[in-house]
Ligand binder design. Structure first.
Ligand SMILES: [Zn+2]
Length: 277
């Protein structure tokens, strides 16, 4: 495991979705995995760095949100990590089937009906959300800011656990019915819910998920069913902080700039309400 030197840079960003007057000021600090971090030894891909943006606005609130653009790790599909830290098998299906002791380190993600990759749309959404969060006073941990980051799902989660107060990964589902958004709720399986760190975090993760869905609903987004589906994920299996994988639509969903901006507003509303702001 390599420990990269900390390099610090002051960045000024002005995303297209915010008025030019509200220029963002943040200190950008690359962060990497090290072996002292809980569960770091379960990661198999961790040579990359995430970027921690420390808010410099007078309105900075000291809360760090991890924004994890799903997928985007070259070679991630050919490696595996333990589905659960205690070595027990997955309790539901997903990208990796129920019963599997090991899961794909990072899957490739789907392709929208119009040929655009989920990974690229998730990244675009993450960048928009980052702008809104920084403008609102949050610090942001960006897991990925390019097409490829060498951090598997375990490493992403370990970094979020270390640096953030909540972890939100952005995805679109692989169906093609434009079924709407939902979050992956922690499965109601007694042994899974009794396993740490799930035991200590599942209730907060579900509450965060409910807040995100209600924010999206407020923004006018289409919601699938009750807004949640029980899925056993590597992310929630290793999270020591409230952690949600949110599926913002599927292959048939509108992923225009207008839609992505609207979704980001909904997510911000949900994050604000979760933190009582
Ligand atoms: Zn996905």
């Amino acid at each position: 495991m390599k420990i990269a030197a900390l390099s610090v840079a002051i960045i000024t960003a002005s995303p297209s979705n915010v008025p030019a007057a509200s220029v963002l000021n943040a200190q950008a600090i690359p962060v990497v995995l090290n072996e002292t971090m809980p569960y770091a030894s379960f990661s198999v891909i961790h040579s990359g760095a995430a970027m921690l943006y420390v808010n410099q606005l007078p309105t900075a609130n000291g809360i760090t949100v991890c924004v994890n653009a799903g997928h985007g790790t070259k070679g991630g599909e050919s490696q595996k990590t333990l589905s659960h830290p205690d070595g027990s098998p997955k309790v539901t299906g997903g990208t990796t089937s129920a019963g599997a002791v090991k899961s794909t380190a990072v899957s490739g993600g789907m392709t929208f009906s119009d040929g655009v990759s989920e990974a690229s749309v998730a990244l675009k959404e993450a960048v928009i959300l980052k702008g809104l969060l920084l403008n609102s006073g949050y610090n942001v941990l960006m897991i990925r800011e390019g097409a490829d980051v060498q951090l598997d799902n375990v490493a992403r989660t370990v970094l979020a656990n270390k640096y953030a107060q909540c972890h939100i990964s952005l995805h679109w589902d692989s169906t093609a019915s434009n079924k709407g958004a939902f979050y992956c709720k922690v499965p109601s399986n007694p042994s899974y819910k009794a396993m740490e760190p799930v035991r200590s975090t599942w209730a907060m993760s579900d509450l965060l998920g409910e807040n995100l869905i209600s924010g999206l609903r407020t923004a006018g987004r289409k919601i699938h069913g009750t807004g949640s589906m029980e899925i056993d994920l590597t992310q929630t299996s290793y999270s020591t902080i409230p952690s949600v994988d949110i599926e913002l639509g599927d292959k048939a969903s509108d992923h225009s700039d207008a839609a992505l901006n609207n979704i980001a507003m909904g997510l911000l509303t949900g994050i604000n309400s979760y933190f009582g702001r």
